[in-house]
Design a protein around this ligand. Structure first.
Ligand code: URA
Length: 199
């Protein structure tokens, strides 16, 4: 089976999804992008404002930091595939203003069939979970990102999964005397890519 044609079919269906309330006020279903033949898939939490507007994952400030960390490993978005556990922006509305919030367990569960079909179609060697909601969904509940990041973990969709710090967390943590964990993100991408590139 050609994995990309299956992925196209899944995308087409996902773009029409109304399985949860996030469908009501979204601008885009942010399905995912990159190289579906890549041995490495990066999975984040869910789209924010910029991603909802553009329909592309990780294009805001956190995405720019992720691009930099990929580049520090000699990689770009054509080398990997990037998606999220939830495909629509999770936010609360007050009048016409939207405020980002984490997706609820119900929203994560409503979206899990899309992620399941997407990862099954791509069948990567390695999954890099970006942040703890992704690690909780794909590695195990209760995953402790600061203690367990960078370690090789089991995952049903890949030979191995590794979790790393979310770039949005790094942006919040970093200060004059700390890189906020950026070097760990670069290190974890290197590790994930190394395992993705060996047989
Ligand atoms: N944060 C995520 O987890 N995913 C995105 O696509 C953007 C920001």
């Amino acid at each position: 089976m050609d994995p990309s044609s299956t992925l196209d079919e899944v995308r087409e269906l996902a773009l029409k999804c109304t399985k949860c309330g996030l469908a009501q006020r979204r601008n885009s279903v942010v399905f995912g992008e990159g190289n579906p033949a890549s041995p490495l898939v990066l999975v984040g939490e869910g789209p924010g404002d910029q991603e909802d507007k553009s329909g592309r994952p990780f294009v805001g400030a956190a995405g720019k930091l992720l691009d930099r960390a990929l580049l520090d490993n000699g990689l770009d978005r054509t080398d990997v595939y990037i998606c999220n556990i939830v495909k629509c922006r999770a936010c609360d509305w007050r009048g016409e203003s939207a405020f980002n919030r984490p997706p609820t367990p119900e929203e994560i569960s409503a979206c899990s069939d899309w992620l399941d079909m997407q990862l099954t179609a791509i069948a990567p060697k390695v999954i890099l979970c970006i942040g703890s909601p992704s690690a909780n969904a794909l590695i195990r509940k209760g995953f402790q990102i600061t203690k367990e990041r960078g370690q090789l973990m089991n995952c049903k969709y890949a030979k191995v999964a590794i979790a790393t710090l979310h770039p949005a967390y790094i942006l919040r943590q970093r200060g004059q005397r700390s890189d906020g964990g950026y070097s760990l993100l670069v290190e974890d991408i290197a590790r994930a890519w190394m395992h993705a590139c060996v047989d």
